[in-house]
Design a binder for this molecule. Structure first.
Ligand SMILES: [Zn+2]
Length: 74
């Protein structure tokens, strides 16, 4: 009874991707396609986030110390 009432509520979640009414099976998205799209966005963003990668980690760090020493030497 109460469940039926709740199901008929007008409150409808909106798909964050295309703003269409979300479906129960693919909440909070309207379809699996939108869910995949959102997931893809997350993955792409994660890939773009710089983590431990440092450009020229080896030679760069060494050059820094070497440069200081070299400057002192010269
Ligand atoms: Zn959608």
């Amino acid at each position: 009874m109460t469940d039926d009432k709740r199901r008929k509520t007008r409150r409808t979640a909106r798909c964050p991707v295309c703003n269409a009414p979300a479906r129960r099976e693919t909440r909070p998205f309207c379809s699996r396609r939108c869910a995949d799209m959102d997931l893809g966005r997350w993955l792409t963003g994660a890939y773009r986030v710089p983590t431990d990668e440092r450009p020229g980690d080896g030679p760069g760090a060494e050059s820094d110390g070497d440069g200081s020493y070299s400057d002192n030497n010269a």
